[in-house]
Design a protein around this ligand. Structure first.
Ligand code: GLU
Length: 608
């Protein structure tokens, strides 16, 4: 969500900042802006819409070797040029870019207005440049520090001062920031992706830390003045920017990367010879695994759906009581945190504010929480300290596809590992491990021949409303399929447990409401097929996603989409979700949607 990039060094800042902002585009934003410091003055350019509009407005030869860039995802104030960042103080000598929310902005604004300050925007952010001005007595670092003492809320900010060319001040509380050190130049960014093309040497800021950047380096302290030391980390090779290659959209490319991303997630972790699995990042002894009282997964959106599959597997394979919960609900209901439970925080970006909040709540209550995260070095990964990286590689499209399947795969591996210690025999474990390891090839086979997706797209793109249903882990797949269709096609739709339809939603069914049913060959297949009959009897046209070789399902389908068969029903979501991803993508195309950057959405949701 939204992005920050700052530069201090010998090079012209504008082209670097614009390139970096393009690399942040995938996170979702609605407007963009740039501040350049030159000749003792700050020049600000802002535009609504894509970074390309901003780039057209900025003179490519613009002078200035100190600058800030920002992509905004509006929280306070509409999407207008005046509300876009950077924001300036009254004298236009201090420029601020901000990610996050200043919660006490109204009180600060009232106070400053009482002192005669005139505001130019409706944002919460604009209190910052005015507050910094109020405390400024010649030392930029101390002015920002003093201003932040008055502020409540979340922020990643970067600030420049017209009086101090070659200096950028940045601070973090709840919104990620990373410093990048190049040769005689220094960067600050909200996401290492923005600077990966310029340098690989980075330092991640922790909450309530402030940093003064110059071309030569940085000085990092805590907001309360205490000293901190940080080690420089080297960014992983996989952060190198991936382009779309032969594909028209990142989403389609990422769907097709799933055989490879699943291989990366599974390799070296499933050990069929032992009938088990190893996830070193959990750092749990077998004795510790044996004494886990239950497992709880917290996540948001797609990550929550992966958690629903994962917890079903923990229950079945390890006979562990397990449930998944939406992180935003969990964190605020004063949850009971059993110190013997294992909590797992699932997040692609590792920056999801609600999930990070849940992690902190669990830790505060003495619980044990581990991350299931894609982005290496992200806030959740670091806050948890232990966990598993899902290794799906950078996911650029806002709608998650390959990260979902890798999250599911990682949770299935964890379930196998816990299961083998607690409940599963070697033979059962070996079978499940083999079935998991077979998945990448099956995914490849399906994607090579995806079946009648075009027919499904024709049916759905005309529909005013679509139902998805399934049972057990297929209910999680139905939820994920419906979410994809909302995200990239903006199509009203709903996922329901198949048997729940008759308790209300079936009232909505008629010939205009297609139903997508996820019916793999598992113990509930016959029951779900009965539910399919029920909606057909009321006129619904049906799209059935079922296992190859199923002889009954096609007869109940207007459109029948077979996927490769797997022995383990718990593995089936990795296959049944594929047609739903393709359908959402193709319906989005048919309806002319902005596939990789759907309206109103952000890739990593760093506000709560
Ligand atoms: N709350 C700020 C605004 O609405 C910052 C939004 C962002 O993080 O991009 O302007």
């Amino acid at each position: 969500m939204c992005g920050i990039l700052g530069y201090v060094g010998p090079r012209a800042a504008a082209p670097l900042l614009l390139e970096g902002l393009r690399r942040l585009e995938y996170r979702g934003y609605d407007s963009a802006g740039l501040a350049l410091l030159h000749g003792g003055a700050v020049t600000v350019t802002r535009r609504i819409g894509p970074v390309t509009s901003l780039a057209e407005a900025v003179d490519p030869a613009a002078a200035g070797t100190t600058g800030l860039g920002h992509t905004r995802w509006a929280t306070h104030g509409r999407v207008t040029e005046a509300n876009a960042h950077p924001h300036l103080d009254g004298a236009e000598r201090i420029a601020v870019v901000h990610n996050g929310i200043i919660e006490n902005h109204a009180a600060i604004r009232a106070l400053l207005e009482g002192e005669g300050v005139r505001f130019r925007s409706d944002t919460d952010t604009e209190v910052l440049p005015h507050l910094i001005r109020k405390f400024y007595q010649g030392d930029p670092l101390e002015a920002v520090r003093a201003a932040l003492h008055a502020v409540q809320g979340t922020y990643g900010i970067a600030v420049l001062f017209a009086d101090h060319p070659g200096v950028v001040i940045a601070a973090r509380n709840g919104s990620p920031l990373v410093v990048g050190k190049g040769d005689g130049e220094t960067f600050i960014a909200s996401d290492p992706q923005a600077i990966a093309g310029f340098t690989r040497h980075v330092v991640y800021l922790e909450d309530r830390e402030i940093v003064r950047l110059t071309a030569e380096g940085w000085e990092l302290t805590r907001l309360d003045g205490a000293a901190v030391t940080h080690t420089v980390e080297v960014l992983a090779e996989e952060l190198v920017w991936s382009d779309k290659g032969e594909f028209h959209h990142h989403m389609l490319k990422e769907i097709h990367e799933q055989p490879e991303s699943l291989r990366r997630c599974l390799s070296g972790r499933v050990v069929p010879e032992e009938g088990g699995a190893r996830l070193g990042g959990f750092d749990l002894t077998n004795r510790e695994i044996a004494t886990i009282s239950r497992v709880a997964v917290v996540g948001c959106g797609t990550s929550y759906h992966a958690g629903v599959v994962g917890t079903a597997a923990m229950e079945q394979l390890a006979r562990l009581p397990a449930y998944a919960e939406v992180a935003s609900e969990f964190r605020y209901r004063n949850p009971v945190v059993d110190p013997h439970a294992l909590f797992l925080a699932v997040s692609q970006s590792g920056e999801t504010a609600d999930t990070l909040g849940a992690v902190r709540e669990i830790q505060l209550k003495g619980g044990r929480v581990m991350g299931v995260v894609n982005a290496v070095g992200s806030s959740i990964a670091r806050q948890c300290g232990r966990g598993v990286y899902v290794h799906s590689g950078p996911e650029i499209a806002v709608a998650s596809t390959k990260a979902f399947t890798s999250q599911v795969a990682a949770l299935l591996v964890a379930a196998l590992m816990f299961g083998r210690t607690r409940h599963l025999g070697a033979e059962e474990g070996r079978r499940f491990g083999e079935d998991l390891l077979a998945v990448p090839k099956l995914v490849e086979a399906y994607l090579a021949h995806p079946g009648p997706i075009a027919q499904a797209v024709e049916l759905l793109s005309e529909a005013p409303f679509v139902f998805f249903f399934g049972r057990g882990v297929s209910q999680a797949v139905a939820m994920e399929g419906a979410l994809k269709l909302k995200e990239v096609a903006y199509l009203p739709c709903m996922a329901y447990p198949a048997a729940e339809m008759k308790h209300g939603p079936i009232a909505l069914i008629d010939a205009s409401t297609p139903v997508v049913a996820v019916v793999p060959t598992d113990g509930m297949r016959a029951k779900t097929l009965s539910n399919v009959q029920e909606v057909r009897a009321r006129g619904a046209r049906t799209i059935l996603v079922h296992a190859e070789g199923d002889e009954d399902a096609p007869a109940l389908a207007d459109i029948s989409i077979p996927v490769p068969r797997t022995r383990s029903a718990l593995v089936s979501p990795l296959l049944t979700v594929l047609p739903l991803q393709l359908i959402a993508y193709q319906v989005g195309i048919a309806l002319g949607r902005n596939i990789d950057r759907p309206r109103n959405l952000a890739k990593s949701v760093t506000v709560e």
